[in-house]
Design a protein around this ligand. Structure first.
Ligand code: EPZ
Length: 429
């Protein structure tokens, strides 16, 4: 395991180029198995989750040629297997998208029950309900989900819960089903739209992505395609929050401002200034931040993945802020760590009360998941004194080159192995 040693009391200034979207990349990569022709992907983030996805694809028999750090050529001409290996699947929840894509290609898929972040219960009942509606038989035993369908037939499916994963999985399967599928009460995230654009460029017939209702007319075959992954709105929002929390001035480049409207609105509410240009956004803090309430919702609401950085921001805003986490049951993993840094936070169920305005103090803390880990970097930059953040492999899953990007904005962050960090955590900070 590795840790970050972070110097405190830094105001971030400068510009940072945002990488391709993790959550779009991990949806598009499983979809490449739908075609036997070559798929060329650009703007892939070089992160652990993408590397794991590539390993799974190679294990299935996909031939992959790297074209630079963020581009790949993939050909699924002769796939040999329909069961991604457990030791890879358990590393990331998004590997369950192979249920939809392998079912579409072969009418059969064997995928281990997914693992994932510790965010509370993460059922997949809506995925399975949709696959059944499309004509698949599902058998779950020994931790393995086996889906088989002699033929997939279009259906009218109403999701009980707005689920990104279920929307993606059912779009993948329905793309190859006979006839029309209507998916209602679906997720509207930009990553859904990016996948729909990718599938349509391969010959799929998908309409309505980005709205509550997606209509899909199944097709028999798919062609090759060239596709560039959209920018990562969660990475961009993380840096926008970091700029405001450290009273700095940061420009995030290569973004789609439309995807960041909820973050822009919330930052302005706290008193930050946000200048929006066609492909970049600049956040600055001309006066002390003021407390604001934050509620997470499916897109276009405030994203749950930015709730942890948002909480850190609100520890710097004078007054009492209330955060309501409406998407996950257990998404306050950062709270105990922030309290070790002196943050005044009280959690009641899905609600957190933050008494902001007091300077945090550097401390040894632990990243428990991807987004709470990233939020601890922001807290460490704001704090008085140094901090050591351990288990940074969680952060590496979804942020490309994060410490270099922060260093480029004036931070002092060192990545050290755990043996070295044990020495540090035993010595006074
Ligand atoms: C996606 O997870 C993202 N992951 C998550 O990002 C993100 O936090 C989440 O959407 C919500 O925005 C990827 O895109 C790879 P959901 P997903 O299905 O698809 C419930 C990150 O940090 N639900 O939209 O698993 C579920 O329990 C990660 O990048 C059911 O009840 O989330 C949750 O409460 C963390 N039944 C809510 O819906 C189901 O069948 C939303 O979950 C499916 C979901």
């Amino acid at each position: 395991m590795e840790s970050f040693v972070v110097k405190g009391e830094v105001s971030l200034t400068g510009a940072v180029k945002i990488s391709g979207s993790k959550n779009a990349a991990v949806a598009v990569l499983p979809a490449v198995v739908l075609t036997k022709e070559n798929v060329h992907l650009e703007n892939l983030p070089d992160i652990t989750d993408v590397r794991t996805m590539i390993e799974i694809l190679e294990n299935l028999g996909v031939s992959i040629r790297r074209r630079g750090r963020n581009a790949l050529d993939l050909t699924s001409g002769n796939l040999s297997k329909i069961a991604p290996p457990y030791e890879l699947v358990k590393k990331m929840r998004a590997s369950y998208y192979f249920m939809g894509s392998l079912l579409a290609r072969f009418g059969r898929a064997e995928v281990p029950i997914p693992g994932g972040c510790d965010l509370g219960p993460r059922p997949i009942d809506q995925h399975l309900k949709g696959f059944t509606a499309l004509g698949a038989d599902i058998n779950i035993e020994h931790g393995m989900i086996t889906l088989t369908a002699d033929r997939l037939v279009g259906a009218h499916i109403y999701l009980d819960v707005v689920s990104i994963g279920a929307t993606i999985n059912l779009m993948l399967a329905a793309s190859a089903a006979e006839g029309r599928t209507v998916l209602e009460n679906v997720a509207k995230e930009p990553e859904i739209v990016d996948l729909a654009n990718f599938l349509n460029a391969m010959g799929a017939k998908i309409r309505g992505a980005g709205t509550d209702v997606i209509r899909i007319d199944g097709v028999k075959s798919f062609t090759g395609v060239t596709h560039a992954i959209i920018p990562d709105r969660i990475e961009a929002g993380t840096f926008m929050m970091a700029a405001a929390a450290t009273a700095g001035s940061v420009t995030v480049e290569d973004v789609i401002p439309k995807h960041l409207e909820a973050i822009t609105a919330k930052l302005r509410e706290t008193g930050a200034t946000v200048r929006v240009e066609p492909e970049r956004i600049t956040v600055a803090v001309p006066q002390p931040l003021v407390a604001s309430d934050l509620k997470t919702f499916p897109y276009p609401g405030f994203p749950t993945d930015l709730q942890p950085p948002g909480m850190v921001l609100l520890t710097a805003a004078r007054g009492l802020s209330v955060i309501t986490e409406n998407v996950f049951d257990g998404r306050f993993n950062q709270v105990e760590e922030l309290k070790r840094m002196g943050a005044r936070i009280k959690v009641e169920g899905r609600t957190a009360l933050i008494e902001g305005g007091n300077r945090l103090s550097g401390a040894p803390v632990t990243a428990h998941d991807l987004r709470s880990g990233a939020s601890l970097i922001i807290a460490a930059l704001m704090a008085e004194g140094d901090s050591t953040i351990s288990a940074v492999e969680h952060i590496d899953r979804g942020y490309e080159n994060l410490e270099q990007k922060f260093i480029g904005l004036g931070a002092s962050i060192k990545r050290i192995s755990d043996q070295a960090s044990e020495k540090i955590s035993k010595s006074p900070l």
